[in-house]
Design a protein around this ligand. Structure first.
Ligand SMILES: Cc1cc2nc3c(=O)[nH]c(=O)nc-3n(C[C@H](O)[C@H](O)[C@H](O)COP(=O)(O)O)c2cc1C
Length: 175
């Protein structure tokens, strides 16, 4: 099972990126979770540029197409998802890379209800398939945990592990 992870934060010490990196370490042996590295290199979305297919956009599209599922975590900025993540999603609207793509959403903050709702609305509009049992909210913002701390934290790592197992069950379920 190949899972591509997208973080909506470019911060080096991002809680959301740490959460996705921790998920990669907790993944089952038959699964790989790889963080997409080029989200900050995407040009600002401009429909006029779509025909030229900028290299970072082509890389994102190819990695999404090759993935069995996506794992997305984004901070809430001013009651929305970050511009970084919205920009990446806007690039993927016309190429339909998200159509029927299973997606789990990890929300690192119980306060970030607006961004979570907005991300769900955007993904639904893009015809992605949100894996509800694998989409969880964890109280990480302000908890002072980095990637190692998340993996070592008994409750948080077990909630994350359960979400990943739910994702795995969803992907292995007969259709
Ligand atoms: C510009 C800006 C706007 C923010 N707006 C909100 C907000 O509306 N709601 C909220 O819960 N947190 C808000 N925050 C707090 C971030 O969501 C929080 O710092 C989060 O940890 C950032 O994610 P990261 O650690 O992955 O970069 C905001 C932070 C910044 C920098």
């Amino acid at each position: 099972m190949k899972i591509l992870a997208l973080s909506g934060s470019l911060r080096a010490a991002s809680v959301n990126t740490a959460l996705l990196r921790a998920a990669a370490r907790l993944a089952a042996p038959d699964s790989t979770i790889r963080l997409f590295q080029g989200i900050g290199a995407l040009p600002l979305f401009n429909p006029d540029l779509e025909a030229s297919d900028p290299a970072p956009v082509a890389a994102l599209r190819a990695q999404i197409m090759a993935a069995d599922a996506l794992l997305i975590a984004s901070p809430e900025y001013a009651h929305g998802i970050t511009g970084v993540l919205k920009n990446a999603l806007d690039w993927m609207v016309a190429c339909e890379a998200f159509v029927n793509k299973p997606v789990a959403i990890l929300n690192a903050s119980p306060r970030a209800t607006h961004a979570d709702a907005s991300l769900r609305e955007i993904l639904t509009m893009m015809s992605a398939q949100i894996i509800e049992p694998a989409s969880v909210t964890l109280a990480l913002v302000g908890a002072g945990l980095d990637e190692d701390g998340i993996v070592a934290h008994p409750e948080i790592s077990s909630a994350l592990h359960a979400a990943l197992e739910a994702m795995r069950a969803h992907l292995h379920a007969p259709r």
